[in-house]
Design a protein around this ligand. Structure first.
Ligand code: ADP
Ligand code: MG
Length: 528
């Protein structure tokens, strides 16, 4: 079809500027195809929005299964090839990277902006007019979000509400959602300083095997390693910690050297020399005063056994990431040669202990002296539960951080969108020419969020929209609150359903950007 279209336009003359294999789609065909692709992607995540949103099971080529409700994850896992569709996936990715939540909202908004653009094109509104109108409407929307932000400090109660709202519908379920929110807020409070939240100091570690209610906050870091020798102590208090970039054994250089051994005496001497070296290494480490050693390289079995006798806890082959984490939490400095190890290179922690989970073992480094590092230790019955819980917790950490660090919170449950659309519609009257139609269309696109929340909760979307608007008119704030089996129009702030303002800003921003980018395209030239 694509080639026919170009052929038609070229009056049957072959195109000679493009290779024979490249595909070209132009004008309305290109626009239609891009818009349909974009809409299709946004459609794919629609049913996951909100507390009553459903999950998706995604099966990859190799049979790996992911079960999730998270918009960004769904779109990443889908094998999307259409370039315009891919741009909607990018909207979700940007949203995830910038604020960590609101990915479904952003994708739905982008899809709706495209659907509205299609109608405008059918009414002969030019693409540039649509683009200008959308940008103007987005400005109004940003102002509206700023105005919606709740007055006063973002206190702990509000943070708990933000965390819990972001996790609703993520398979966390009832009681656990509340305790998870508590854990998340505690984690953020721990790493909060004068300069804001140090989000990098919060890690997440998952472990299958207990119920999700067993998820806890560890005041320190967790490393997926086991001691090099079973006889070593599994629990060390007031630990002095060394980070060694050293192979603890016979020096690699010596192993390659050739000995010519002519007699039994010489052989014994060589072995003795090696034995001496091993002893020397072990003794140097033991004498250094280290209670716990994290080595980036191998640790010889004989060194390990001597150190076990000395009561030193040793781990080998640490990853760079883990070493960095331990260094920043405990204040230990990496040392490249044993003879360079000095007092100030040691870090310390209140406690280092190992814990067995099935056939896996984890090291807990708690109460590090250098920095407040905390780890959310996420538990769950199965791999899939833990994975989805990890995504939920990650989102929650991000939204709590966003609420504290950028712009506060706005009412959730569709109330923000109802207010934004209302404001955009009201101000559209002042926009001249056909651009006004695009501004109005933008408001209609925003309505898709409360409409979708309603539809996913099993309500008629049109009736719900009407109810929400009249309540908004009367009370100034109206959301569609879903709580278990009940759904009611009311004040989401009272109910504790709130989202960070940053999530709404970012959704408007990235959806507008992608939709206007796609709407402007009228020619697609694809190499083979
Ligand atoms: P997203 O990927 O966009 O974050 P979610 O599935 O997390 O999608 O849904 C977020 C939306 O659900 C937000 O608009 C939020 O305000 C709303 N929401 C959260 N909790 C409730 C609730 N109890 N009742 C109604 N809406 C809620
Ligand atoms: Mg969410």
């Amino acid at each position: 079809m694509a080639d026919n279209a170009s052929q038609r336009r070229m009056g049957g003359q072959p195109l000679f500027i493009l290779s024979e294999d490249s595909q070209r789609t132009s004008g309305k065909d290109a626009q239609d195809s891009n818009i349909s692709a974009g809409k299709a992607v946004s459609e794919a995540v629609r049913t996951t929005l909100g507390p009553r949103g459903m999950d998706k099971m995604l099966v990859s080529d190799s049979g790996d299964v992911v079960i999730t409700n998270d918009g960004a994850t769904i779109l990443q896992e889908m094998d999307i090839e259409h370039p315009a569709a891919d741009m909607i996936v990018e909207v979700a990715e940007t949203q995830e990277n910038e604020v960590g939540d609101g990915t479904t909202t952003a994708a739905i908004l982008a899809g709706q902006l495209l659907a509205q653009a299609e109608d405008l094109f059918d009414d002969d509104v030019h693409a540039t007019t649509v683009v200008e109108g959308y940008h103007e409407a987005a400005e109004i929307a940003h102002d509206a979000v700023d105005e919606l932000a709740l007055e006063g400090d973002v206190d702990e109660e509000l943070l708990l509400a933000v965390a819990e709202s972001s996790m609703t519908g993520k398979g966390t379920g009832g009681v656990t959602a509340e305790s998870l929110a508590r854990t998340v807020v505690d984690a953020v409070e721990q790493v909060r300083g004068d300069a804001g939240v140090n989000r990098d100091n919060i890690s997440i570690q998952t472990q299958v095997g207990a119920s999700s209610g067993a998820t806890e906050l560890v005041e320190g870091i967790l490393v997926d390693e086991e001691p090099v020798n079973e006889q070593m102590p599994g629990d060390v208090e007031d630990a002095s910690i060394a980070l060694l970039d050293v192979e603890l054994g016979v020096r690699t250089g010596d192993v390659d050297a050739e000995y010519s051994v002519d007699s039994v005496d010489q052989l014994t001497a060589a072995m003795d020399a090696e034995e001496e070296e091993i002893k020397g290494v072990a003794q140097t480490v033991a004498d250094s005063g280290a209670d716990v050693v994290f080595a980036t390289d191998d640790v010889d079995g004989r060194v390990a056994s001597t150190l076990a006798d000395e009561g030193v806890l040793v781990f080998e082959n640490l990853s760079d990431d883990d070493v960095r984490g331990i260094a920043s939490a405990t204040g230990a400095r990496r040392v490249g040669a044993l003879e360079d190890l000095e007092d100030e290179d040691f870090g310390s922690a209140e406690r280092v202990r190992t814990e067995k989970y099935g056939d896996e073992e984890l090291v807990f480094v708690e109460g590090g002296a250098a920095a407040e590092s905390v780890t959310l230790f996420v538990r769950g019955g199965t791999e899939h539960v833990v994975d989805e819980l990890e995504r939920a917790v990650r989102d929650a950490l991000d939204v709590v951080t966003a609420a504290l660090d950028s712009g506060g919170v706005v009412p959730g449950a569709g109330a923000a969108e109802i207010a934004i659309a209302d404001r955009v519609r009201a101000e559209s009257a002042g926009v001249s020419g056909r651009k006004q139609l695009a501004v109005e269309a933008f408001a209609d696109a925003i309505d898709a969020v409360p409409r979708t929340l309603a539809a996913n909760a099993g309500l008629d979307p049109i009736d719900a929209l009407v109810d929400l608007r009249s309540e908004h008119e009367a009370e100034g704030r109206a959301g569609l609150i879903v709580d278990g089996q009940t759904r009611e129009v009311g004040d989401p702030v009272e109910h504790g359903t709130v989202d960070p303002a940053a999530v709404k800003h970012e959704a408007v921003e990235s959806a507008t950007e992608a939709a206007t980018l796609i709407a402007r395209i009228d020619d697609v030239i694809a190499a083979e």
